[in-house]
Design a binder for this molecule. Structure first.
Ligand SMILES: O=P(O)(O)OC[C@@]1(O)O[C@H](CO)[C@@H](O)[C@@H]1O
Ligand SMILES: [Mn+2]
Length: 441
């Protein structure tokens, strides 16, 4: 087998990886510092002088981190004592082992982009947890919450759509059911436009009615393998005995509007009996600005319930019940916030891999998941998805992602060239999307 291609890296001046590390990453750190600063009074009211000292310390650690990044310093081992600290430091040693002696140490602009970007978020976490009593402060919570409130109108439209659909679900024939399923999947796809790390934490909420925009957005789906999902699920549905055992997994991405689109889809999967249980996978620590943690997951459900809108209230109550009854299960695992590509999961997190093997279908939401599925490498655009997964085949899976990084596989010959000709930045603006399916052979 030929060696897989090189990793994307900020070493490539002018690339999206380079611009991210040069411009966006320092901006995100500055914003985190500013957030801490603005909460100074709150820390004082809650914890007195100790809160103020902790805020100062956290700010100085984050400023130091920003300086290391901007001056391309070597990547330092983590100094905290969390369950993943050793794994991180071993990974750093592994990166070091890939370099020859003359290369020196792995540094911010001379290492794989996926590694250094993940490392930045892990270092933000390290900075905060070193600063009790504010060690549980999520520097990104404010932006995540803001995204939810600014998208409230779209969320209300979505909840209304879901409630109407649920009421008529028993009357839908096979084709109608399929069409509704595809609609909700597309809503969940376009929900992925709203991540906050791409906008450097600036507002990126959903303000239009995505339900009625779906037809107009269809031409922007560059890989559409939804038919495979339907074939798989309708097959399970027909073999009745199996239907009650259909488990689906959603590896979540962003909180706020995107999370609501995922919950709406998950609710439909149950009411249509396409699945009997949904397992969600979120992050254990604040991640890539907008990613969903357990707190965000519960918070969003609670907010939907208390928005003052009757149909949203019904959705919120229904979702709370799914959780209570175990039809929805939220899991988090430290692996999702490590820098490893998913092909390493069987070795690094065999328990998680075994868990995913129980699934009938795994949906991977978002761009970062795609980067980890494909190892964030410079694959040819026509490389088969199955090959780019490099042996990661726990169960049938589908990536649902808007394109926000320079990695894409499984395109038709000539397709990438055509896209480049019509829109040079097609890989990174989030305007295009994919549904890319793979099944173990
Ligand atoms: O996974 P998500 O939320 O869809 O996107 C995360 C993201 O914004 O972060 C990286 C840049 O910082 C990009 O790869 C990607 O666009
Ligand atoms: Mn994200």
């Amino acid at each position: 087998m030929a060696e897989p291609p090189a990793f994307l890296s900020a070493q490539d001046v002018g690339s999206f990886a380079y611009l991210t590390m040069k411009d966006r990453a320092p901006q995100i750190l500055t914003k985190a510092i500013d957030t801490l600063h603005r909460h100074k009074n709150e820390f004082f009211e809650k914890h007195g002088e100790k809160g103020m000292e902790a805020e100062k310390k956290a700010i100085s650690l984050l400023s130091k981190l920003r300086n290391e990044l901007q001056t391309d310093k070597p990547i330092n081992p983590l100094v905290d004592k969390c369950i993943d600290t050793d794994i991180w430091n071993q990974y750093l040693e592994y990166q070091q082992s890939l370099l020859s002696e003359s290369d020196g140490k792995p540094s911010w602009f001379h290492s794989p982009w996926l590694f250094v970007e993940c490392y930045m978020y892990r270092r933000i976490h390290e900075a905060i947890i070193q600063c009790p009593p504010i060690d549980d402060f999520d520097v990104f919570r404010e932006c995540k919450d803001k995204n939810f409130f600014e998208s409230q109108e779209s969320i209300s439209i979505l909840c209304t759509h879901l409630q109407q659909l649920t009421r008529s679900i028993e009357d839908l024939d096979e084709n109608q059911l399929k069409s509704e399923f595809f609609k909700l999947l597309q809503i969940s796809l376009w929900g992925n436009k709203c991540d906050l790390s791409l906008s450097g934490g600036k507002s990126s909420s959903q303000k239009t009615d995505v339900v009625s925009s779906l037809e107009d957005l269809k031409p922007f789906i560059v890989v559409n393998e939804l038919e495979h999902l339907w074939t798989l699920l309708s097959r399970y549905r027909k073999t009745r005995a199996k239907a009650s055992a259909v488990r689906m997994d959603i590896v979540l991405d962003n909180s706020g509007f995107e999370l609501v689109t995922d919950l709406v889809l998950a609710d439909f999967l149950l009411s249509s009996k396409l699945a009997a249980e949904i397992h969600f996978h979120g992050k254990t620590i604040p991640w890539f600005v907008s990613d969903t943690t357990l707190h965000d997951f519960s918070w969003v459900i609670e907010q939907v319930k208390h928005c003052g809108d009757k149909l949203m209230f019904q959705c919120g109550v229904g979702w709370e019940n799914h959780v209570k009854m175990g039809r929805w299960a939220y899991h988090d695992h430290v692996f999702w916030t490590l820098p490893h590509a998913y092909c390493s999961m069987p070795q690094v997190a065999p328990d998680l891999y075994a868990e995913l093997q129980k699934s009938c279908l795994i949906l991977f939401k978002g761009d970062l998941n795609y980067r980890k599925l494909t190892g964030d490498r410079k694959w040819e655009f026509t490389t088969p998805f199955h090959q780019a997964l490099e042996g990661f085949h726990p169960a049938p899976l589908c990536s649902i992602r808007t394109l926000k990084a320079e990695v894409q596989v499984g395109l038709q010959p000539g397709q990438a060239e055509q896209l480049t000709a019509s829109e040079p930045n097609w890989l990174t603006t989030g305007k295009y999307g994919i549904f890319q399916f793979d099944s173990p052979l």
